[in-house]
Ligand binder design. Structure first.
Ligand code: ZN
Length: 128
């Protein structure tokens, strides 16, 4: 049961702006209060300005007032996992059981808890 996150993430990947890498990444983020936000990767000629699909979706959620996320789905042709920077951003806004799924074009999926992917996250608690 992924509440259609896979299909939503796949659809979001078609919106990717990736003239440099040609990679099309889509993400669907479900917040703890049940809202779903979508993102695609957005590249920039100044490469440092590039943002991954997961962070686009998370920032859309946060900017709309939804600061806890419970599921993240990442869709790529080859089933790429999230990068380290995206995992760190997920840790900032994760609820206790955040699950991350990455899926490929064949339907193969891998689901992990964020804590498995980022075992010793630096979190807001460290800043208290
Ligand atoms: Zn990333």
């Amino acid at each position: 049961m992924d509440n259609g996150l896979r299909e939503k993430a796949k659809e979001a990947s078609t919106k990717a702006y990736s003239p440099y890498s040609k990679a099309k990444v889509g993400s669907a983020v479900e917040t703890s209060d049940g809202k779903i936000f979508l993102g695609c990767n957005v590249e920039n000629a100044s490469y440092g300005g590039t943002v991954c699909a997961e962070r686009v979706a998370i920032w859309k959620a946060v900017s709309e007032g939804h600061k806890k996320i419970k599921k993240v789905y990442v869709y790529t042709h080859d089933g790429w996992p999230p990068c380290g920077m995206c995992l760190q951003v997920m840790a900032e806004f994760a609820d206790d059981v955040l699950e991350v799924t990455f899926g490929d074009h064949t339907g193969k999926e891998t689901t992990k808890k964020l804590k498995e992917l980022l075992t010793h996250a630096f979190t807001p608690e460290h800043m208290e």
